[in-house]
Design a protein around this ligand. Structure first.
Ligand code: AMP
Ligand code: ZN
Length: 468
């Protein structure tokens, strides 16, 4: 199995640190709003990577954080006149709903930065003791030049960084020894959340969060560290500097980065305002379509979001779902149980689609080619399965198809369409639960309906609903 490693800039054979196990850390979102579909790309891509490792029999420890303390969260909290904690809790919950809709397997652990502050303080202390960090007026800085390997991931050279470095100076940071030094701990400002530390009240810098959470939940050395390509520099470069200096060991073996999701061939981002949230997309499409759209491209290539590509993902997915449904239908009606000799040979031949699927995935998770292999299998199903087929043959094909779509995280078993009266009944039950202040049940009903494509809207005139 080969993985493209950003560190070596080439595909390398994957060898786990510990046999049969994969320790994987994916940088998660900063939670101050609904996630946009650009943020969904790493979620879908690395969930698929995880699923493929699991398919291959690995036990995957998958850790992905939520950054729940950050300038943007504080800003949003101030705008709404609520606490930062309220904002982050709200959007973590919303993000988890979106992830469920995209069929992202829950992580082994989703650590929250605010719950890991003591560990971060310990790591910063170690860095100071080892001479890799220093404190000035309540701020702790990392002494970048002291880490000889700085720049090894992003392939940047310190002197080039230095010449562009003047612009790195931010007001209040002019006491730094060197413009390249970055913040590990910043002092409290009025109206901001803060935690006690040996350097006074304050909060951690963003980079130290991931170094600490990765260490705590996966250990000092991990197999894979991943995120979007914008994180290569400075975030991941700084994580390496912190973790390797503090632990005295190489940090991650493989660094994986997804390409950007663009719109009109420009990067989709909150600051440019040219984004769609996952929630908006879910009102128009089943989120399975979004997932399938993302996997139709190689994860390292830029991907342009467009209505045409979404429509083509929708019809592609439909083709797979129809084949799966057809197999189910035929197998319920099948006249014979056991395969004939001819069917045995045909079932055997279908192995070639699984082989090409695996070849594609083994080659740095080439999901675009893996999807083509699934389409080939669908074509084979459509031409070889009919009302004369035996139950055993149909089930073999169905198993084969499900194994592959499971790796892609694509659900091919369509739930029966939910009837209007069932929706109304669930809405009544939700209202009753709310009256009893059983908000957990009320939310659960809302989420169940959302998962089945029903969107509830609480309006002054009561609850309204629509189909996505
Ligand atoms: P953020 O909340 O900005 O830290 O982003 C969370 C994750 O989404 C990171 O891994 C980013 O690299 C990734 N990301 C943000 N925007 C995009 C985009 N347009 N395309 C692909 N990945 C993105
Ligand atoms: Zn991170």
């Amino acid at each position: 199995m080969k993985i493209y490693n950003t560190m070596s800039k080439q595909k390398e054979e994957f060898t786990p640190l510990e046999e049969g196990k994969v320790k994987m850390y994916v940088c998660g979102p900063t939670v101050y709003n609904f996630i946009h579909i650009g943020n969904a790309r790493p979620m879908i891509v690395f969930d698929t990577v995880r699923r493929y490792f699991e398919y291959k029999g690995y036990d995957v420890n998958f850790v992905s954080n939520f950054t729940d303390v950050d300038d943007k969260i504080i800003k949003k909290a101030n705008e709404e006149g609520v606490t930062a904690d309220e904002i982050s809790k709200r959007y973590i919950a919303e993000c988890k709903k979106d992830m469920e809709g995209m069929n992202i397997e829950p992580a082994t652990k989703n650590p929250l930065a605010t719950e890991e502050i003591p560990g971060m303080i310990e790591m910063i202390k170690t860095l100071i003791e080892k001479g890799f960090a220093y404190e000035k007026n309540g701020t702790v800085y990392y002494r970048t030049r002291k880490f000889a390997d700085y720049g090894k991931l992003s392939h940047k050279n310190l002197d080039d960084l230095q010449s562009g470095g003047r612009s790195l100076l931010v007001t209040g940071e002019d006491e730094k020894e060197d413009p390249l030094d970055f913040v590990l701990w910043k002092p409290k400002k009025e109206g901001e959340p803060a935690w006690p530390s040996p350097w006074g009240e304050g909060r951690p810098g963003w980079h130290i969060e991931c170094s600490e959470m990765s260490k705590k939940y996966l250990g000092e050395q991990i197999d894979i560290h991943a995120g979007g390509e914008d994180l290569i520099f400075p975030h991941h470069e700084n994580e390496i500097a912190q973790s390797e200096a503090a632990n005295g060991k190489p940090f991650a073996r493989y660094w994986m980065h997804n390409g950007f999701l663009n719109i009109d061939n420009r990067k989709m981002s909150k600051s440019l305002g040219n984004f769609f949230t996952v929630r908006e997309i879910s009102e128009k499409y089943d989120l399975q379509v979004l997932r399938f759209f993302m996997l139709s491209a190689h994860y390292r290539s830029p991907l342009n979001f467009s209505a045409e590509l979404m429509e083509s993902a929708k019809s592609g997915l439909e083709r797979i779902v129809t084949a799966a449904e057809n197999l189910k239908y035929l197998s319920e009606k099948a006249q014979t149980d056991k395969m004939t000799e001819d069917e045995k040979a045909k079932a055997e031949k279908a192995q070639e689609f699984t082989d090409s699927f695996e070849r594609a995935m083994d080659d740095d998770f080439n999901t675009a080619d893996a999807v083509s292999a699934v389409f080939e299998l669908v074509k084979y199903i459509n031409t070889t399965a009919d009302e004369n087929s035996s139950k055993e043959y149909l089930e073999r094909l169905s198993d084969r198809l499900h194994k592959l779509t499971d790796v892609l995280g694509i659900i091919v078993d369509r739930e029966k369409e939910i009837l209007d009266e069932d929706i109304e009944a669930l809405i009544q039950e939700r209202q009753a639960a709310r009256k009893e202040k059983n908000f957990a049940r009320a939310d659960q009903i809302r989420d169940e309906l959302l998962a089945r494509g029903i969107i509830l809207e609480d309006t002054r005139e009561g609850v309204k609903w629509k189909r996505a």
